[in-house]
Design a protein around this ligand. Structure first.
Ligand SMILES: O=c1[nH]c(=O)c2nc[nH]c2[nH]1
Ligand SMILES: [Zn+2]
Length: 450
């Protein structure tokens, strides 16, 4: 097939701005040559055009091209209950989340929810997600079937618990193991799907369930692990009472043998220094979910303490405790919360926000050799942000004087309405009306033109 040369103003962070002051890479009139879904050359458009005269040009000027967003904590069964405000975590679970999760016992309902969920991801420019699944195996088969239809990259798992939720959401260690094994054998590594072993949290998962999870991870060492940790003070206190012989919350996962390079722990708001030291030693990731932490009043994420301890941090929307699928909004809220911490906060630049919503997620999932930025050899997973004509964001971008200002404006103002087109592995997975690859795109000067 003829390679495609994408012409766009693009930005990406092939390294971390937390350790590299020059992490933000910008091409104002850039070119990305894509062959078989993989970036084979990257640089200035004119130079690439000369070197590859036979390539088919896809002109994306008039917007900004970013690596596809990577959401490292988002709940599939909760898409339809986004917006339950005014409750702390445990009340919100009981009143909003769990009644809806019980409805996914019905496969037809689960399929409709999966479609809504996957649509929410892709029309917000999210190309990869670490997905907290359903308690029902059937709803997970449905989810993976629907995900395969969309072309998105998903790392997802059946959620397992055996106490303190609702009886219909409880399983046994034997069933958790058997159903997890069947799902891994059917879906892990098939197309763009991967599997994550997913006990809901230690509050609802006794030692037998955690051991069943560990057995799966021993048998299938390249699957992922995800759960919640230290989100809410009442939750933390309850876990302490349920595991009196354990040192702390992290120790409940650690002693079961669940922590490693591919472990992503959501929230980590009330984590102790001992736990941070162990998370770093195990190379775990903390998935920061600032909109959810704000909506449920869980607390202000201590980003500086995580970074100082050497814990990797990524970003998650935590739909439906969170307030929507936009990783732009999530980045902005992460910035706000560090601002609110005053001197204890980490000042986040636009480059940090881009890194947290793209490359940091790829590292969390151990997929950074394949996705997360626009380096040569990476899959072409991308989101083209192009504000609608006449929008405020269009006006702001037209007057931005630097790449950093442009990026800041995107995070401060960008919404789903600005997502014009989305690709995964070079395949178009979403296009706003009027922006199909097959249709001719209006030619406009690049937003970043100097
Ligand atoms: O924000 C959260 N959402 C959930 O669904 C959940 N379950 C356990 N802990 C949780 N936290
Ligand atoms: Zn969650």
């Amino acid at each position: 097939m003829t390679p495609t040369l994408y012409r766009a103003a693009f930005m990406h962070t092939p390294s971390s701005p937390f350790t590299d002051a020059d992490a933000l890479h910008v091409q104002e009139d850039g070119g990305l040559l894509v062959d078989g879904g993989v970036i084979t050359a990257s640089g200035n458009f004119a130079a690439l055009r000369t070197a590859h005269p036979g390539a088919q040009v896809n002109d994306l000027r008039g917007g900004v091209l970013l690596p596809g967003f990577i959401d490292t904590h988002v709940h599939y069964p909760q898409v339809r209950i986004i917006g339950g405000l005014g409750m702390p975590l445990l009340d919100w679970l009981e009143r909003c989340a769990l009644p809806e999760e019980a409805r996914l016992a019905d496969h037809a309902y689960a399929r409709a929810v999966a479609k809504d969920f996957l649509h929410g991801l892709r029309c917000n420019g999210t190309t990869t997600a670490l997905v907290f699944g359903s308690h029902f195996k059937g709803a997970m088969d449905v989810f993976f079937e629907e995900a395969a239809q969309t072309g998105l990259r998903t790392v997802a798992g059946q959620v397992v618990s055996d106490r303190m939720l609702r009886p219909e959401l409880h399983t046994t260690p034997e069933r958790a193991y058997a159903e997890g094994k069947a799902l891994i054998e059917r879906w892990h590594g098939v197309g763009r799907a991967r599997y994550a072993v997913t006990p809901r949290f230690s509050l609802s998962a006794g030692e037998g369930i955690l051991d069943a999870c560990a057995a799966l991870m021993t048998e299938f060492p390249d699957v992922h692990f995800t759960s919640h940790i230290n989100e809410n003070v009442r939750e933390v206190q309850t876990v302490r009472e349920l595991f009196p012989g354990h040192l702390d919350y992290l120790d409940t996962y650690d002693r079961a043998g669940l922590l490693g390079r591919r472990s992503v722990l959501a929230h980590s708001v009330h984590t102790t220094d001992r736990e941070l030291g162990q998370m770093a030693a195990h190379h775990c990731t903390a998935a920061h979910c600032p909109c959810s932490n704000s909506a449920l009043g869980s607390g202000l994420f201590p980003l500086g303490r995580h970074l100082n301890a050497g814990v990797h941090v990524s970003l998650g929307t935590d739909v439906g405790g969170g307030t929507g699928f936009s990783m732009l909004k999530e980045g902005l809220q992460a910035y706000f919360m560090q601002q609110l911490l005053g001197e204890g906060g980490v000042p986040l630049s636009p480059a940090h926000l881009l890194y947290l919503s793209t490359r940091a997620g790829a590292e969390a999932l151990d997929l950074h050799e394949q996705i997360g930025d626009f380096s040569v050899g990476k899959a072409f997973d991308a989101v083209w942000l192009r504000p609608p004509e006449g929008s405020t964001l269009e006006a702001i971008l037209g007057h931005a004087e630097s790449a950093s200002e442009t990026l800041a404006a995107l995070y401060a103002n960008g919404t789903q309405a600005d997502v014009a087109q989305v690709w995964v592995g070079g395949d178009e997975v979403h296009a706003r009306t009027g922006f199909k690859s097959s249709e001719s795109v209006q030619k406009q000067p690049p937003v970043l033109a100097s």
